[in-house]
Design a protein around this ligand. Sequence first.
Ligand code: FAD
Length: 400
Amino acid sequence: MALPVAVIGAGPYGLSTAAHLRAHGMSTRVFGSPMVSWREHMPVGMLLKSTPVASSIDAPQPGHTLLDFCRSTGERRYESDWDAIPVDTFARYGLWFQERLVPDLEQVRVVSVDRRAQGFELKLDSGEQFAARAVVVATGLSGLATLPPELAAAVPEGPSASGPVSHSSHHRDLSRFAGKDVVVVGAGQSGLETAVLLADAGAASVRVVARRRGAVRFGAAPDGQSPRKPDTPFGRAWSLYAFSYYADGFRHLPAPTRKYLVQRVLGPLGAWWLRDRFIGRVQVSEGKRIVRARVDEGRPVLTLAGEGGLTEGELAADHVVAATGYRMDLGALDFLGHGLRTRLVAAAGGPRLGPGYRSSVPGLFFTGLPAAASYGPVMRFVCGTEYASPRLARAVGALA
Ligand SMILES: Cc1cc2nc3c(=O)[nH]c(=O)nc-3n(C[C@H](O)[C@H](O)[C@H](O)COP(=O)(O)OP(=O)(O)OC[C@H]3O[C@@H](n4cnc5c(N)ncnc54)[C@H](O)[C@@H]3O)c2cc1C
């Protein structure tokens, strides 16, 4: 009997890939905690920035969109660009998708993947060891949360929700900050939304600190976009059209250009619906860089410098939340064995991928965030499953 294909990850990308592989008749084993990033690492009350049309997990057969889920379960329907989807609704949608299309998901961790004569050898944290003919890495945000080094240095024991400094991914329940002074570092959607949710939770004061002047910005409402530009899941723009529908073209750009575009396109910008909840409730320090941080009697103290580099003073709080995002780091994929790592060619901050999401190691594929360095910014979002999953499944199917 043919060896199975192993899919590591049960977020939107792993689940969508698995559904497509199965539609091609391939035997598949899928590992991970279903929708864990959405269930455990995003705050209660968060709303998705992506619109309903951009928030479906791609499936090979009809009947599995977000709207199908709402219809089938009787949940409120999210269908217009004016509807913001609650994170809990989206997590339930992902679980519903998993129960229908990947019901035999194995909720265990893959602890190692190594090459063997034919395919790969995988070990699970259950102790099981087995062989697979191909491996798809869809581990998404896991282990990639990043903090500015100046801030990380203040907490040698590491950031945590109960300590003086945390990463935004550490918070599910922000009510612990009622009555507290909180600083949020970073002005992306996550930073701006976390700040608003902290204010909602009764924080005494909330201040966003951002490196660039004018960093706190909000996007245009659906009716504020030019109808002369092509429509995409991210809004109307020619560049977004190319990124969304011609992601293979991205692979041919020079590596420094790809790295720049992955960081900048669809980068820091608050959702249009956040503006009114933000203004007047959250203080802002823009054009300020953290040059040092320390913890003084349990309170974090940041030394901030202006854009010219001049030290401008200190900012103390009860807690600092670093909403400083996720950085692709092959080193964080610690389950990849030494033999694989040394054969894996990296470029632009991720594995270099060819057509069909193939890496330089035959039979090893990457999708989702680890594929963004090759396939562009659309891979950072759920709607990228529509481009990635059918192509990846065809490429796995074509393996000798
Ligand atoms: C605050 C925030 C808000 C966001 N909002 C949006 C939005 O509105 N719209 C949008 O499109 N995107 C949004 N994103 C991006 C979104 O999180 C990603 O697009 C999406 O989660 C990526 O899915 P994924 O399947 O690649 O990874 P994840 O959802 O991160 O799933 C990773 C999976 O890998 C598994 N895993 C990891 N390591 C192992 C291992 N060793 N063994 C087994 N399993 C393993 C985990 O258990 C998990 O199942 C947001 C991100 C953040 C942080």
